[in-house]
Write a new protein. Structure first.
Length: 86
C-alpha cells in the first residue's frame, strides 16, 4: 500500500523497460489506467520479468486491455495477477 499512483506508474514503466527485474509486486498502489498503459509499454520490450502483481490498482477495463495487449509481445511473463481492478 504505497500509493505509487499514476505518475509513479509511468516512471516505473520507464524503469522496467530497462531493468533485469524478475518479480514485481505493485499490489494496492493506485497505478490506474495511465500507469497500466506505461507499465504495459515496458512489458512489450522486457524479457526478464516473470511475475507481476497488479492487484487492487484501479486499472479498470482499459488498463486491463493495455496489459493484455502487451502480453502478445512478451514471452517471459509467466504469472500475472490482475484481481480486484474494477
Amino acid at each position: 500500500e504505497n500509493a505509487i499512483l499514476v505518475f509513479g506508474g509511468e516512471r516505473l514503466g520507464e524503469a522496467l523497460a530497462q531493468s533485469g527485474l524478475k518479480e514485481l509486486s505493485l499490489r494496492e498502489n493506485a497505478v490506474g489506467k495511465k500507469g497500466a498503459q506505461r507499465i504495459s509499454d515496458a512489458l512489450r520490450g522486457n524479457a526478464s520479468l516473470t511475475q507481476l502483481d497488479l492487484r487492487d490498482n484501479g486499472l479498470g477495463a482499459k488498463g486491463g486491455q493495455f496489459v493484455g495487449e502487451a502480453l502478445e509481445h512478451n514471452a517471459s511473463l509467466a504469472r500475472l495477477d490482475l484481481a480486484t481492478n474494477a
